[in-house]
Design a protein around this ligand. Structure first.
Ligand code: SPD
Length: 426
C-alpha cells in the first residue's frame, strides 16, 4: 500500500441555508468546532465576509487546514478538509453538514503527497526538528474574523473576537452584539455598525449637545430611534430639560443594549424619560402640534425600518410638532459613503424648513464607513447653531460632565463645511 503525507477531502455542500452561508461569525465557529471535534489542534483562523455577500476562511490546524468559500445566493459551500496524521476529517464533514443544513452534498477523498513518488531532500533538518520538539500547544489560538459594513464599492472592516454575545432576529432587523478588538463591544443592526463602546461618544455627544446649547430654553425633547440609549443619556445631562420622550420601534435593541452595553444604555430608568416602544413615524404623525423644543432623529441607515425616517412626510410632521424656535437634528448619513441619502435629506429639510435653515454638522466616527458622518438640522425660526456665544458655559459643562468629543470650538467648527459638501447641498 502506498503511503501518503496527507488526506484531502473536497466537499460540495449544496442546498445549504443561505443565511448561514452569509454569516461569517457562525461559519468561523462551525469550522473551528469541526476541527476540534475531530481532535485537531487549532493554530488560528482567518475569516472574511465579502461584498455583497459570501464568506471565505481558513482554519489552520497543527494537522494542516480546513478551508471554505461560500456562495449564499446558491446555498453552496466549497470546503477543503486537508489533514495529516491520524485525524479523521470525516468527523468534521459530518459536523459541517449538520451546521450548514445541507440537503445534498458530495465528497471526493484523495491522498496527497504519495511518498513513493517523492524524493526526500537530504538537507539538515536537525535544528527544525529541535524547534518542533520545543513547540508547546499554547491552548489558545488566534482568530481573525472580520465584520464588514459596506456598500457595493466601499467598506469598513473591524476585526472582532468571534464571540457573539447576542444574536436575535427581531420583527424588524437582526440585532447583534459582538466584540471588536479595537473598539470593544458593538451593536450591529443587520450588517451595519451602529455603535461601539470605544467611539460612541463621538456620535452621542454631537447629536445632542450642539442643539441643546443652541436652543435658549430646551425643556421638552423628542427622540425618535436611539434604541441603544446613548442619545438620551447625553440629553439628560442638561438640567434645564424637563422631559424626554423617546420612541424606538425595536424593543429588542433596547434589551440587547441594556444587557450588553450598560455604559451606553445608562439612563433608561431616568425619571424624566418617557420611553415608548412604537413606530416613531406613526408617533410623530399623531403627536400634538408645536409641542417639542427639540426633535432628534437617531435612526439607522435608510434601509429596513429606518427608510421612512428619510421621507418628506416624516419631516413635515416633525416640523409641525416643533414649537416656534424649535430645532430638528437628524442622523444625516455620510457625504462620502451614502451621498444620495445625504443630499436628498438636505434637500428635504431645505424644502420644509427653508433654504438657509438646514445646516449640516460634520463629525468623525472611526467605525462608520469613510469615518466622515453628519447630522442635519432643521431650524424653525431658531438661531443658527454657529452663532452660539455661550462658550464659557459650554466649556464648564464639558468639564463638569467629562465630555470627550464636544466642546465650544467643535460646536462652531462642525458647521464649517468643505467646498465639496457645500456644493452637494447648494
Ligand atoms: N451607519 C450608521 C448610521 C448611524 C445610525 N445610528 C446610530 C445609533 C447610535 N445611537
Amino acid at each position: 500500500m502506498s503511503i501518503a503525507l496527507g488526506n484531502h477531502i473536497l466537499v460540495e455542500f449544496m442546498n445549504c441555508d443561505p443565511h448561514i452561508m452569509n454569516d461569517v461569525a457562525r461559519i468561523e465557529k462551525d469550522m473551528v468546532d469541526a476541527a476540534q471535534k475531530a481532535g485537531a489542534t487549532v493554530i488560528n483562523s482567518t475569516f472574511h465576509h465579502f461584498s455583497p455577500w459570501g464568506v471565505s476562511g481558513v482554519v489552520v490546524i497543527q494537522e494542516s487546514h480546513l478551508a471554505i468559500h461560500t456562495w449564499p445566493e446558491y446555498g453552496y459551500a466549497a470546503v477543503d478538509l486537508f489533514t495529516c496524521g491520524e485525524m479523521d476529517a470525516w468527523i468534521s464533514f459530518d459536523h459541517l453538514k449538520e451546521c450548514f443544513k445541507s440537503h445534498s452534498y458530495s465528497a471526493l477523498e484523495m491522498k496527497r503527497g504519495s511518498v513513493n513518488l517523492l524524493t526526500r531532500n537530504d538537507f539538515d533538518m536537525s535544528t527544525m526538528r529541535q524547534k518542533a520538539s520545543e513547540w508547546r500547544n499554547p491552548d489558545f489560538f488566534t482568530r481573525n474574523v472580520w465584520f464588514t459594513d459596506k456598500d457595493e464599492n466601499q467598506a469598513l472592516s473591524l476585526r472582532f473576537t468571534g464571540e457573539v454575545f447576542h444574536d436575535v432576529q427581531s420583527p424588524f432587523q437582526r440585532v447583534r452584539i459582538i466584540e471588536s478588538y479595537k473598539y470593544g463591544k458593538m451593536l450591529a443592526l443587520d450588517d451595519m455598525v451602529m455603535t461601539t463602546i470605544e467611539d460612541e461618544f463621538h456620535y452621542h455627544e454631537m447629536i445632542s449637545h450642539p442643539a441643546l446649547f443652541t436652543h435658549s430654553n430646551p425643556k421638552n425633547i423628542l427622540v425618535i430611534g436611539g434604541g441603544d440609549g446613548g442619545t438620551v443619556r447625553e440629553i439628560l445631562k442638561h438640567e434645564a430639560v424637563e422631559k424626554v420622550t423617546m420612541v424606538e420601534i425595536d424593543g429588542e435593541v433596547i434589551e440587547a443594549c441594556k444587557q450588553h452595553l450598560p455604559q451606553i444604555a445608562a439612563s433608561f430608568d431616568h425619571p424624566k424619560l418617557n420611553l415608548i416602544v412604537d413606530d416613531g413615524i406613526a408617533h410623530i404623525k399623531h403627536a400634538k402640534k408645536e409641542s417639542y423644543d427639540i426633535i432628534i432623529v437617531d435612526g439607522s441607515d435608510p434601509v429596513g425600518p429606518a427608510e421612512g425616517l428619510f421621507s418628506v412626510e416624516f419631516y413635515t410632521n416633525c416640523y409641525n410638532c416643533l414649537k416656534d424656535g424649535g430645532i430638528l437634528v437628524a442622523q444625516g448619513e455620510s457625504p462620502k459613503f451614502n451621498e444620495k441619502a445625504f443630499k436628498e435629506l438636505n434637500y428635504t429639510l431645505q424644502s420644509i424648513f427653508g433654504k438657509d435653515n438646514a445646516p449640516v454638522s460634520l463629525f468623525f466616527v472611526p467605525t462608520y464607513p469613510t469615518g466622515m458622518w453628519s447630522f442635519q438640522y432643521g431650524l424653525k425660526n431658531a438661531n443658527h447653531p454657529k452663532s452660539v456665544n455661550n462658550h464659557s458655559l459650554i466649556d464648564s459643562f464639558v468639564q463638569d460632565k467629562g465630555l470627550r468629543y464636544y466642546n465650544a470650538d467643535i460646536h462652531v467648527g462642525s458647521f464649517a463645511n468643505p467646498n465639496f459638501v457645500k456644493s452637494m447641498i447648494s
